[in-house]
Design a protein around this ligand. Structure first.
Ligand code: F6R
Length: 242
């Protein structure tokens, strides 16, 4: 793991945008795995700036998002698909046909997950997978569990994740209780992984991910087994790693 301390959220976001942009420039038809959440928003803004300045072309880029709430359509403003359109896709020249997010509108979980796994496999898995990390060490919606997950699957969200995500909903009761998520094995199949984390509330999870035992009770700890991981953080997120 290469741990990069960028000190501030702004510098962390610039570094993450630079890494993503370099991947796109090196391989214009690359497959990117993307994440929602608050952490990558600055990196997405950085990518939009690079596109607007003419230094980045998304026309051949293919994307696969990590996860989606079960039961929400892509037009639902609370869906992760909507979030991605709003934060990135609507602002760059990506071909909508090249954008993939698990189909939350398909409530047949087995079919929705099998379809997504097939699509990611057919794309040859991700060249670069962007990840945030949950306070409990989750990646995607792979929550602490007794074993590491494999392919895309439907999960019951934990109380801590529901509470953390409720800031984006009017009421906590509105937060969906289930989601489809890429599995740990699918994430690990990416050729390069970029984790972004900022803030003190991520410090324990970042420490466990980088230096703790490799256990499914901290799903992100599996990343220690991946040969090509960048962990890009601010000071606060690295405060327990000294
Ligand atoms: C989002 C995702 C989640 C988030 C994590 C951190 O697609 O899969 O694992 O990356 O919950 O979220 P933020 O960035 O909001 O702290």
């Amino acid at each position: 793991m290469r741990i990069i301390n960028c000190h501030t959220y702004e510098a962390m976001s610039r570094k993450a945008a630079d890494i993503l942009a370099a991947q796109i420039q090196l391989k214009p038809n690359c497959v990117l795995g993307l994440a929602t959440g608050t952490t990558p928003i600055g990196a997405y803004q950085g990518l939009i700036k690079k596109y607007e300045s003419g230094s980045l072309d998304f026309s051949e880029v293919r994307t696969y998002n990590l996860d989606e709430y079960r039961g929400l359509t892509h037009e639902d403003p609370q869906s992760y698909h909507y979030f991605m359109n709003d934060q990135l896709f609507n602002h760059v020249n990506i071909d909508p046909a090249n954008v993939h997010v698990p189909d939350g509108a398909n409530t047949d979980a087995d079919a929705a997950c099998a379809d997504y796994d097939r699509m990611v496999a057919e794309a040859g898995y991700c060249d670069l997978q962007l990840l945030g990390i949950g306070r409990n060490g989750h990646i995607g919606f792979n929550e602490p569990a007794d074993e590491f997950s494999k392919g895309t699957h439907c999960v019951d969200l934990t109380e801590s994740t529901i509470e953390a995500n409720s800031r984006l909903f009017e009421k906590e009761e509105d937060v969906p209780r289930q989601a489809y998520t890429m599995g740990t094995q699918t994430i690990m199949n990416a050729r390069c992984i970029l984790v972004v984390a900022n803030g003190e509330n991520k410090a324990q999870a970042v420490r466990d991910m980088c230096f703790g035992p490799i256990v499914p009770t901290c799903p992100a700890s599996i990343l220690q087994l991946h040969p090509n991981v960048f962990v890009v953080c601010d000071d606060a997120a690295l405060s327990l790693c000294e």
